[in-house]
Design a protein. Sequence first.
Length: 98
Amino acid sequence: MSMTITPLSGMQAAQLSMQASANNIANLATPGYRREVVSSTADPAGGVQAGVSKAGPSDGDPTADLVGLLAAKNDFVANVTVFKRENQALGTLLDVGA
């Protein structure tokens, strides 16, 4: 398995969290709307697996979703940084071997 699987799966999980938070905020005033909740688990092979499920009805408080949106953005940026560093390290190793 490639090293880049870990940060890529992290970026996908963060993107899923951003989408769920944005959807929850957009539907805040929708009667009967059930919030989306993202759960993630570590993949034994490396990386993370994430999925979306429905929670109870929206309580009308967007604070948790706004915080979740910011946290997911930070998670995405952190995983992009890991991805870039892995690619730089691999490039350095290939340069040394040449």
